[in-house]
Design a protein around this ligand. Structure first.
Ligand SMILES: Cc1cc2nc3c(=O)[nH]c(=O)nc-3n(C[C@H](O)[C@H](O)[C@H](O)COP(=O)(O)OP(=O)(O)OC[C@H]3O[C@@H](n4cnc5c(N)ncnc54)[C@H](O)[C@@H]3O)c2cc1C
Length: 412
């Protein structure tokens, strides 16, 4: 049995603490917030084995540049003089190639399917997380996007996923209570969804039962090293010594590790979501409205709409209303008869996706400090990959052969 300190109490930190404690380790979780909100709460709740191709892919740079000049587009880089941003962009450029995509597909598939299997197990004991297997519909309106989506579907099929292709009439039958303005859709049967707020509530309860010491309002400030190991973490609530330290601080991970001389490239990709009351004419199958990259998730009482990725810094807390208008415009164009509140009546949530430049998470020990594990940088798939990540963190701590090959998740 080892003593472990988990830094960061989002979905990755919670699942790490959960599996470590289940294995019998003595676990403390610290977080600088009051653990009431953050990226792990207002996200779209999608469990997405379909997302096999990392965001660093050929063609993404020219698409990104085009989106930069449209104030309502789903992507934006906040321009600023920053070495971290420059390094991130250079690494993205180096990763956006076919070789990286081909190497990432089996790695992401295995990680995703392992995660989904763990979610199914959790859902058997905790129906409250509202885990549902309705798949994911990628809806598109233009020929060009349809061709891109068809290509992605072929990749998913070749990787062994169950995928159906529908024309507009078949979509009508699938969403019979709703007018859907789409040329066609790809249905990934492999995908699922759940309610992120309920999930976090269940995980908090589990940590309590497993006697994990959870310390909120506790900010990591400094550290002490000894003989190639992290010996002490200095926080606003005292010092913590442990056998193992697991860094799961989401978009803040790079800033914390930098103090220890450990360089990882993770930037916040800010996104927004809002909930709208569910009615009989609401979408019933989780969907992505491809042209605007808007995620639509039917939760238990509401429908959640989410979108936008603004590559920014961790002090940028503004809501960009033009981007939210872009999300509303996309929804209106795909669901022309769906009643939506005015923008000023929306309760707009924002969160920072922890984005790595190669589009893959980091689940790895650091070469510099032997007892430091990084579990972060899950970008737009953090909820989806969280159980697998937590379980793999436990396997790294136990020094057993990991269930999933971690070769692609070392951040190189
Ligand atoms: C609009 C939107 C929609 C999304 N939809 C999906 C989806 O459908 N499916 C999916 O899989 N993913 C989705 N995501 C991504 C997902 O939400 C994230 O990948 C995930 O929540 C990241 O979890 P995390 O635990 O790594 O980070 P976080 O949840 O950000 O947790 C990090 C924690 O570290 C703490 N921390 C920071 N600094 C310190 C410090 N110095 N000391 C102590 N603690 C510190 C923070 O307080 C925070 O609680 C979406 C994201 C957005 C924004």
């Amino acid at each position: 049995m080892k003593s472990c300190v988990v830094i960061g109490g989002g979905v990755i930190g919670h699942f790490s603490a959960y599996y470590l404690a289940k294995s019998g380790h003595q676990v403390t979780l610290v977080d600088e917030s009051d653990l009431g909100d953050g990226c792990s709460y207002g996200n779209a709740g999608m469990v997405v084995p379909s997302h096999l191709v990392p965001i660093a892919q050929p063609g993404m740079i020219s698409k990104g540049v085009r989106w930069m000049f449209n104030a309502r587009s789903p992507f934006y880089i906040r321009p600023r003089l920053s070495k971290d941003l420059l390094v991130w962009c250079l690494k993205f450029y180096r990763s956006a190639n076919e070789k990286h995509v081909q190497a990432s597909i089996p790695a992401l598939r295995d990680l995703s399917l392992y995660s989904k299997m763990l979610y199914k197990e959790l859902a058997k004991q905790h129906a409250d997380i509202a885990y549902r297997e309705k798949g994911l519909l990628m809806l598109y309106q233009s020929q060009k996007v349809g061709e891109e989506e068809e290509q992605a579907a072929q990749i998913a099929k070749a990787a062994g996923l169950e995928v159906n292709t529908y024309d507009s009439d078949e979509l009508k039958a699938l969403e019979s209570n709703l007018v859907v303005q789409a040329k066609g859709g790809i249905h990934y049967r492999s995908d699922a969804h759940l309610d992120p707020n309920r999930l976090m509530r269940v995980l908090k309860g589990q940590l309590k039962e497993l006697k994990v010491k959870v310390i909120s309002n506790c900010r990591v400030q400094n550290y002490e090293m000894n003989a190639g190991r992290l010996s002490k973490l200095i926080t606003t609530q005292g010092d913590f010594a442990a056998d193992e330290f697991i860094f799961c601080a989401g978009a803040w991970t790079a800033e914390i590790l930098k103090q220890m001389g450990i360089r990882v490239s993770i930037l916040p990709g800010k996104g927004y979501s809002f909930d709208v009351e569910k009615t009989t004419t609401s979408p019933s199958i989780p969907s992505i409205l491809c042209e605007g990259k808007v995620a639509v998730t039917p939760l238990e009482e509401t429908v959640r709409f989410a979108g936008t990725l603004e590559l920014t810094h961790t002090r940028d807390t503004t809501v960009n209303h033009n981007r939210v208008k872009g999300i509303l415009q996309t929804i209106q164009s795909f669901y022309p008869e769906l009643p939506l509140p005015e923008i000023h009546h929306l309760n707009i949530w924002q969160g920072y996706r922890p984005c790595t430049p190669n589009g893959l998470p980091l689940i790895s020990r650091t070469p510099k400090l032997k007892n430091v594990i990084v579990a972060s940088g899950h970008g737009m798939m953090g909820l989806s990959l969280a159980p697998a990540t937590g379980s793999l963190v436990d396997q790294l701590v136990r020094e057993v052969k990991p269930e999933v090959n971690l070769g692609m998740f070392g951040g190189r």
